[in-house]
Design a protein around this ligand. Structure first.
Ligand code: 7TS
Length: 404
């Protein structure tokens, strides 16, 4: 049974006050909040198991190694990867994308083509631009429509035998649009290109099946999934991970080192140089357990209810415009009040204890498309309530009155 009031009790931060008002947290697309069960795992690790992993025969090191590898298996199971060594721990989505971009620098040649979408976060644009500068490859962009959807007919035209890679986010962080990744993966593969899906915004709402999707790479961040900051995952098909060169050199990623030549460790260690975020990885596993305990079906249907409720109420405010209006979207609402800067709206909401994000959301091309400096973004999670949304609506009305 999904009971939001019970769920809220798991999140200590939700009972704190901000500016003298109860916190209402609508910045979940930036980072999600952390339940006590997940916090406990972190405390338990440092209280009882703290040791370096994959080295040392002593008990603590072995226990910590077991916990870390169990977390990898939880992630493998959750995303339905075939092998646990196809899961690489990263510091987050950005790290995962850069790891792949770096790997492809030795595989691409001049005039090869890379396709991204107009809906990308900067972390899925800049590494590819850097890769193009390095290799002479060319970046192509799937354009977007006014409602925030990608224009698939142009994607079809962009695909050719020159296309080597396609990178798209599953869900846009700025608008909430759910992209047709099944179609993109299938058709990119027909053209002979590999596909990386940025799951930073989808992994908190949808349980993806990387084998069913037949995706080559998938990246996500723990901190958007009720987990800690500074840790994330990269899934890569075994054949690809074997083919790509390591990202960083250092301890634990080697088989043998001499000054003449070094051979690399097997997967996944080849991509995990140095001491990783051990506590973070183990706690990421706990976050996945927590979210599965709530159930992704419950999460998706409840958040959708919040989205519909908030959209309807916000649209009743005169002069309010929502960006990203497709039906295929998650619980993210980007909006502006006519003639009012989003930053000013955000500042007034903050005084009322309401946390939203304002600005370009690291997606400047989307803001350029709409010819706006930014938006106010309210992004919901399964622990938000309709009563909080009512308070948000009152806050936006108040901001409008004060700023018009
Ligand atoms: N890709 C997408 C689609 C994102 O939304 C984000 C972060 C990233 C990549 C980068 O993730 P990181 O964990 O490596 O930082 N998005 C946001 C946001 O919307 N507001 O703050 C961070």
């Amino acid at each position: 049974m999904f009971n939001v009031e019970d769920i809220r009790k798991d999140f200590p931060i939700l009972s704190r006050k901000v500016n003298g008002k109860p916190l209402m947290y609508f910045d979940n697309a930036a980072t999600s909040q952390t339940p006590q069960q997940v916090i406990n795992t972190l405390v338990e690790y440092y209280s009882n198991y703290n040791a370096n992993i994959h080295r040392g025969v002593h008990t603590l090191s072995q226990e910590a190694t077991d916990l870390y590898e169990q977390a990898r298996q939880k992630i493998q199971k959750h995303f339905n990867a075939k092998f646990s060594h196809e899961i690489i721990f990263t510091s987050g989505t950005t790290h995962g994308i850069n790891l792949i971009a770096n790997g492809f620098s030795s595989l691409l040649k001049k005039e090869d083509e890379i396709i991204v979408s107009a809906l990308e976060h900067h972390s899925n644009i800049v590494p590819w631009q850097m890769l193009c500068e390095q290799t002479g490859a060319v970046l192509k962009v799937i354009p977007m429509d006014e409602d925030g959807t990608l224009i698939m007919s142009v994607f079809d035209e962009l695909l050719s035998e020159k296309t080597k890679l396609v990178f798209v986010n599953h869900i846009s962080n700025a608008l909430g649009t759910i992209n047709p990744i099944e179609y993109i993966i299938e058709n990119a593969h027909k053209a002979g290109a590999a596909v990386l899906i940025d799951g930073a915004q989808s992994s908190p709402h949808i349980k993806p099946d990387v084998q069913k999707l037949d995706v080559d790479f998938y990246v996500a961040s723990a901190h958007k999934m009720c987990g800690p900051t500074g840790v994330g995952m990269l899934y890569g098909k075994e054949e690809w991970l074997k083919k790509l060169p390591p990202y960083q050199g250092g301890g634990e990623m080697i088989a043998e080192v001499t000054f003449e030549k070094t051979t690399y460790a097997e997967l996944p260690h080849k991509f995990e140089a140095g001491t990783p975020n051990i506590a973070g990885g183990i706690t990421f596993g706990a976050a996945i357990d927590y979210m599965n305990g709530i159930g992704f079906d419950h999460i998706a249907s409840y958040e959708n209810e919040l989205l519909e409720y908030a959209t309807e109420k916000l649209l009743q405010i005169e002069g309010l415009k929502i960006y990203g209006t497709t039906k295929e979207k998650t619980a993210v609402i980007s909006f502006n009040l006519e003639g009012i800067h989003p930053y000013d709206v955000g500042t007034i909401l903050d005084k009322l204890g309401i946390a939203v994000r304002t600005g370009h959301h690291c997606a400047q091309p989307i803001m350029d498309f709409y010819k706006i400096p930014g938006t106010v973004r309210a992004s919901f999670a399964f622990y938000n309530t309709k009563a909080e949304i009512d308070a948000l609506i009152e806050g936006v009305k108040k901001a409008k009155m004060m700023l018009s």
